[in-house]
Each structure stands twice: as C-alpha cells, then as structure tokens.
Design a protein around this ligand. Structure first.
Ligand SMILES: *[C@@H]1O[C@H](CO)[C@@H](O)[C@H](O)[C@H]1NC(C)=O
Ligand SMILES: *[C@@H]1O[C@H](CO)[C@@H](O)[C@H](O)[C@H]1NC(C)=O
Ligand SMILES: *[C@@H]1O[C@H](CO)[C@@H](O)[C@H](O)[C@H]1NC(C)=O
Length: 311
C-alpha cells in the first residue's frame, strides 16, 4: 500500500512538473521564436512611435473639438512628416489635372536581393491599386503604372461610365460602373457630367462585397478614395477589428479626399483621426487643406506592407 501510494504521489508530482516544464518551455519557445522571427513591424516600431508621439502631442488640444481639428490637423501632420524617423519613406507625387495622389513604390529588388530571400519574394509581387471615383481623369494612374512591377493591376469604380470607362480600361484597368460606399443601394451623389458637377441618383455597392467578390483581392497596395461624401461611411471600416479586419482586407497605403464637412461630419472626422491614433496602424502624411481635405496614409502594422514599402 505504502509503495503504491508513494508511486502514485511520485507520478502525480512528476506529471505536474512535466506539465509545468512543457508549458514553461513552450512559453519560452514562443518568446524566442518571436524574437528570431525578426518581425518587420517590430523593426519600424520605434520610428512609428516617434511619429505617433509627435502628432498626438500636437493635436491632443483638439480632442473634443471637431472644428479645431478640421482647421488645424494639417499643421501637425506637416510638422511630424519631416521627423528624421520618417526620412526613410519615399512618397512619390502623381498629379492629375486638379490634384495629386501619393504612392510609395515597392523597394527595388536589387537592393535587397542579398539580404533576404523573403524580402525578394515580396518585392516580386505586383501591386493592386483601386480607384473609387475616377472623375474623367486617369493622369495619376497613367504615371503610377509606369513605376510599378510588371503585372500590377488597376480596378476603378465610378457611377458615370462615359469617359471613365474608356480612360480606365486603356490603363489597362478593370472598370466598374457604380459608386462604392458602406452599403448597397441608391444614393444622391455629386457626379461629373460633361464639365460640371450635378446631383444624380447613383447605384452604390458596399465596399466589402466590391473588394471580395468583384475585385477579388484582399491585399491592396493602395486605394484612392474620392467618394464625394461616401468616405464618411467608410471611416470605421479602417479601425482595428473594423469591417476590413473582419474580412481580412489589408491596405498598405490609401489616399482619401474628405469632402467639405457639415458639423456632424466634422465630428465623424474627429473621431476617425483620434481612433486611428489609438489603433497605431496608420501614419498620416501630405495634408492638402481646402474646402475638402486630402490625406495619405501608410500602414505600419502589417508585415507584408512594412517589408514592401517601409523597411
Ligand atoms: C503644432 O504644430 C504647428 C506647426 O508646427 C505649430 O504651429 C503648433 O504650435 C503646434 N501645436 C502644439 C500644441 O504643439
Ligand atoms: C528610422 O529612423 C531613423 C532615424 O532615427 C532613420 O535613419 C531611418 O531611416 C528610419 N527607418 C526607416 C525604415 O524609415
Ligand atoms: C453632355 O454633352 C453632350 C455632348 O456635348 C450633350 O449631348 C449632353 O446633353 C450633355 N449632357 C449634359 C447633362 O449636359
């Protein structure tokens, strides 16, 4: 009896220690492999933090003041985009006849060839560019396509097919004849007909369906959003655990025009900017402030995006 009891205790103690040992060592391995993995996001974390601290410090006086933020955000962005920590980004300008889109092209293959096979693979991947709102002008797309890897793809949506369909198809790109918004349906939109903007009822498709089922891409290098107001409904899609995360959709970069806001929209914009800061995923550059505002965002929190565009 004694011996069997002793043996049982012995095995009990042994299995508990084994369990402890296994869980301890697996904990250990995961931290080690985390370090060994040499995450690209980790490598740029300090630089991102410098930018983040800078902008946060500059605009926190406008937390709770949508009017103040709308009028002054550009100052903070201009201050922080020239930090030494942001000098490694090569943001290119792609003008069309009335504005300028921004884009960072994938790093040159030759620079990285020797350092890592993984990097080389990423850089061979062609880009996916999406245009929401073509506006009778593909000047920026035509300039961009020349600097992108062979096989890069363009997808453009605009409810006005005249002119837009021809221009976009010629890029070459795939053209879709509707507006893209947060939900499918009908909307009143300000659209370009001939040479002037006119209010018209347009068909909208929801952006998740559009990207997953029609564009059929979930890794998007850059999306150019010119939604004439539809962008307000998309703000929360970009948040951590928002609709884009829920659907596994990644944007490495995006250009967005924020249409001249009313008071409610100023509040939405205020909440958008402060939530982006909380999420610590995107950094914001190249503000252009007029009646509308244009911003350019870069994703610092996705491994592939960081390898392809930042490191
Ligand atoms: C934010 O930056 C702008 C532009 O450099 C500067 O004029 C302003 O004083 C700054 N505001 C704060 C609160 O740091
Ligand atoms: C990070 O910041 C340093 C300056 O502190 C800069 O020299 C370097 O180029 C930056 N790295 C990247 C990837 O931008
Ligand atoms: C646009 O121009 C075409 C050709 O000049 C003309 O036939 C058409 O009526 C115009 N449409 C509008 C809405 O002005």
């Amino acid at each position: 009896m004694m011996r069997r009891g002793g043996a049982a205790t012995f095995f009990a103690v042994l299995s508990v220690s084994l369990l402890l040992y296994i869980s301890y060592s697996s904990l250990n391995t995961s931290t080690t492999s985390f370090r060994l993995r040499d995450s690209a996001v980790d490598k740029v974390a300090k630089n991102y933090s410098a930018w983040h601290d800078c902008l946060k410090k500059n605009i926190s006086i406008y937390d709770g003041n949508p009017d103040g933020l709308w009028g002054n955000l550009w100052r903070g962005i201009k201050l922080c985009e020239v930090l030494p920590e942001m000098k490694g980004l090569f943001i290119g300008d792609y003008p069309n006849s009335d504005e300028t889109k921004r884009h960072i092209v994938p790093k040159m293959v030759s620079c990285r060839w020797k350092t890592s096979k993984l990097l080389y693979d990423f850089q061979q991947l062609p880009s996916v560019i999406v245009t929401l709102g073509i506006g009778h002008d593909t000047g920026a797309e035509e300039k961009l396509i020349k600097g992108l890897p062979h096989g890069s793809e363009f997808f453009g949506a605009d409810p006005m097919h005249e002119i837009n369909e021809n221009l976009y198809t010629k890029l070459p790109g795939k053209y879709f004849p509707f507006a893209v918004a947060d939900a499918a349906g009908l909307a009143e939109a300000n659209v370009l007909i001939n040479t002037s903007y006119t209010t018209k009822t347009v068909v909208t498709l929801d952006i998740i369906y559009f990207l997953k089922n029609l564009v059929k891409r979930t890794f998007i290098d850059d999306i150019w959003i010119d939604g004439e107001g539809a962008e307000y409904g998309l703000f929360d899609h970009f948040f951590n655990d928002g609709k884009f995360d829920e659907n596994g959709i990644t944007f490495c970069q995006f250009n967005i025009e924020i249409h001249k806001p009313d008071n409610l929209q100023k509040k939405l914009f205020h909440d958008f900017i402060f939530q982006l800061l909380k999420d610590r995923r995107y950094a914001i550059y190249r503000p252009v402030q007029g009646h509308h505002m244009r911003l350019f965002m870069v994703n610092f929190a996705n491994e592939e995006c960081v390898y392809k565009y930042i490191l």
